[in-house]
Design a protein around this ligand. Structure first.
Ligand code: 0X9
Ligand code: ZN
Ligand code: ZN
Length: 305
């Protein structure tokens, strides 16, 4: 059986995506949305009860940053829980009856594979460009949202390199194209990072408050309270710029400005003791508590369709 309580290599995750889809055909369909710089297929899993009409959807991605291993572990956990609890858990059942959750289990696959093979602390993509021997762009600085104006670097050797232009990274372009193509159905954008125990929403490229600031804050605080109810884990909620740091080119700000109102970035456990090297013993509790926050947000999105 698949071990959700361990970190899994890309090869294992890739095989898991296929096997989950083939063993749950009534709940999961897959679609390849692009190819990474090194040629790996980017596959999204659409989770939801099949319907003849197009359902509203939530886009959930994990693994934008390669070294944040708890993030892909959460996307896998989410899919497992969805499949296991559909039909028994009332909230999950009504969610999947009414909406589709589109899960991208690993956004930055090349970077993730590199953290397994060469450098555990790699963050960026693995793209090469002429004129520099340094490799990779920060995918969360490469979206077209105040691109490279603050908290990002134009130096290709930096860990926060914004790329040669917005969407220069094929992985970013693939996700942005998918969301643009499906914009009329996508009601929320959730992206999972680590670490710091934060629930962030726009803006990060500016200190300006989002048009829906008070609703976004209220939902974030409710989600953080739900998360805390399980093991007492404390999260801080707020707009990215003021809560973590100003940083342009992020997926959350981009999705929000495109029109996806409920746009949130999770920064999962911990607050720095283990940081990116979160022990496997914390995978289950971290994922279980995060499920409560994600379900809280989805319930709010459902109420406001
Ligand atoms: O800096 C980031 O991209 C995220 N933190 S991390 O430690 N996982 O790298 C925070 C992203 C917040 N949102 C934006 N900056 N748009
Ligand atoms: Zn990150
Ligand atoms: Zn609500």
């Amino acid at each position: 059986a698949y071990n959700y309580m361990k970190y899994n290599s890309w090869d294992k995750i890739e095989a898991w995506i296929s096997s989950m889809a083939s063993s749950n055909p009534s709940l999961i369909s897959t679609q390849v949305i692009g190819t990474t710089f090194e040629g790996r297929a980017m596959t999204v899993m659409k989770i939801g009860k099949q319907s003849s009409s197009t359902k509203p959807a939530i886009f959930l991605d994990c693994g934008i940053h390669a070294r944040e291993w708890i993030s892909p572990a959460f996307c896998q956990w989410f899919v497992k829980e969805a499949v296991e609890t559909y039909g028994s858990d009332a909230q999950m059942t009504s969610l999947l009856d009414q909406m589709d959750i589109i899960v991208l289990p690993v956004f930055n696959i090349d970077g993730y594979a590199y953290t397994w093979s060469n450098n555990r602390m790699w963050r960026k993509t693995r793209s090469r460009r002429s004129g520099s021997s340094c490799i990779g762009t920060d995918p969360n600085r490469n979206f077209d949202a105040g691109w490279c104006t603050t908290g990002a670097s134009s130096n290709p050797c930096s860990d926060t390199y914004c790329g040669s232009k917005p969407e220069s990274e094929v992985e970013v372009k693939a996700v942005a194209d998918y969301i643009r193509r499906n914009l009329s159905t996508i009601k929320a954008y959730l992206t999972v990072h680590s670490y710091s125990q934060l629930l962030l929403f726009p803006y990060s490229y500016s200190y300006q408050l989002a048009a829906h600031h008070s609703e976004l804050l209220q939902v974030a605080e409710g989600a953080a309270e739900a998360l805390r109810s399980l093991y007492g884990t404390r999260y801080t909620s707020g707009p990215g710029a003021a809560t973590i740091y100003p940083a342009a080119g992020g997926s959350d700000d981009w999705a929000y400005d495109l029109g996806v109102k409920y746009s949130y970035t999770f920064e999962l456990r911990d607050t720095g003791r283990y940081g990116f090297l979160l022990p496997e013993s914390q995978i289950k509790p971290t994922c279980e508590e995060t499920m409560l926050a994600v379900k809280y947000i989805t319930a709010h999105v459902l109420e406001n369709l």
